[in-house]
Every structure is written in C-alpha cells, then in structure tokens.
Design a protein around this ligand. Structure first.
Ligand code: SIN
Ligand code: MN
Length: 229
C-alpha cells in the first residue's frame, strides 16, 4: 500500500487505490467503479471540503455571457478563468486571490487512477466542483490545456464523491450520440487518447444517493488535467 500525506494545513489523506473494474465506454474512455474505498472517499471528501472552506475556497464562476454556473468551484495548481477559458495564477475573474497549490497527494492519486486505466497523467491542475441537488454542467469539451497535451491524448482523470451524477459522454460534435454513465461515490472516469476531446457534461445529480457518513450533501467531483501550467 502506498501512502501519501497532504500539506500540513490539511487533514492527512491516505489513499490505497482499490483494484477496480475498468469498463471501456469508448477507446480511451473508461469508467472505474468504486476505485476508492469508503474510508478513502471520506478522507478525500474531508480534504476537499477543508480546501473549499478556506480563504481561496468555493466560488460560483460566471461565464462569458454573465450567467452563473450551476456548481461551486475551486481550482488547484492553476486557476481556470470561466470568462477567458484560460488558466492563470490568480482568480482574476473572481476575487484576485492567488490560486492554491495542487497537493502532492492528490496529484499522485490522479496518476494512479490514470495508470489503473492504462494511461499516464502528471497533473498540474485539479478543478474541484461541488454540486448541490440542482447542480449540473452543460455539454462541453475540455480543450483549454496546452495543444501538445491535447494532441498527445494525455487524459483527464475524474473522481466522484457523494451523490451519484448522471454523466454523459458523446462524440466530437454537440449532436453526436451520448452514453449515460452513472458516476457514484468513489468512481473514477478517465478519458484520454482518441477520446480526449469528447463532449461531456453532467445532466443532473441524484440527491440523497451518496453514502451516509461523508459529512456533506451533494456531490464533489475532482478533474485532474495536465498542460495548464
Ligand atoms: C467536468 O467535466 O469538468 C466535470 C465533470 C463531472 O462533474 O463529472
Ligand atoms: Mn469537463
């Protein structure tokens, strides 16, 4: 078992990745149900909630048109600016605060989840999303990372905690057929290679479906990316 400890300001997170099923949805896109054991989920949730409650914590991004996203967000490593779709060192579209570093234990966890899906990832960014019962995320591509990273198909690693989400992954146009994947607490989802630029989104959250004892309502999702620095 490998153990990683977070920065001293945060609760220690000891993660032992469970041997997970790896269900191929498309070549390069895989669902890893229950990749995190229940106690690992609780520790990860505690770390995420501590970050979100801190001074450079949760905020609700406003997109280009001025509308508010249906999710609370914190970026770690680099800040994703929802107005410019660029990564930057401070939250210039919100409060100007310097972005928090990406904790080494989280980066290591993401690399191991990628490896469990047969891919390689050395993330420099994690976008932490916190969905309430009415949360969702419209169909989009993750294409704001460096072009060479996108061209190489370096994957996105997603980890989910709490309530189950109805996640959809489609093709390379908005109209292409979509596959619905229920992402439950502890699930991983990895999309890279030829699937790196597939459209995807969160249709809805299924309130009250998360495990009891996690100490929060709603859903936390972490997406790890490489090529934002
Ligand atoms: C995202 O696409 O950035 C988030 C996906 C999710 O919440 O599952
Ligand atoms: Mn995305």
């Amino acid at each position: 078992m490998r153990r990683q400890v977070g920065p001293s300001a945060l609760p220690a997170l000891k993660i032992a990745l469970m041997p997970a099923a790896c269900i191929e949805i498309h070549p390069g896109a895989a669902h890893l149900p229950e990749v995190l054991a229940p106690e690992e989920q609780r520790a990860l949730a505690a770390q995420c909630l501590a970050i979100g409650a801190g001074p450079a914590g949760w905020y609700v991004p406003r997109v280009r048109g001025g509308g508010r996203m249906r999710v609370r967000m914190v970026c770690l490593g680099r800040h994703w600016n929802a107005r410019t779709y660029r990564y930057e060192a401070s939250r210039s579209d919100h409060d100007g605060r310097t972005v928090l570093p990406l904790p080494a234990n989280l980066a290591d966890l993401a690399s191991r989840v990628a490896a469990a899906a047969g891919m390689r990832l050395a993330p420099d960014v994690c976008i932490l999303n916190y969905y309430q019962a009415d949360g969702r995320m419209g169909l989009h591509q993750d294409k704001d990372e460096r072009p060479e990273t996108l061209d190489a198909g370096v994957p996105i690693v997603s980890l989910s905690l709490g309530d189950t989400a109805k996640f959809v992954i489609g093709g390379f146009t908005r109209q292409a057929p979509k596959t619905l994947v229920r992402l439950a607490s502890g699930d991983g989802f990895v999309f890279g290679g030829r699937s790196r630029l597939r459209y995807h989104g969160v249709v809805s959250i299924l309130p009250g479906t998360g495990p009891s004892g996690h100490g929060f309502a709603g859903r936390l999702n972490l997406t790890f990316r490489q090529g934002a620095a």
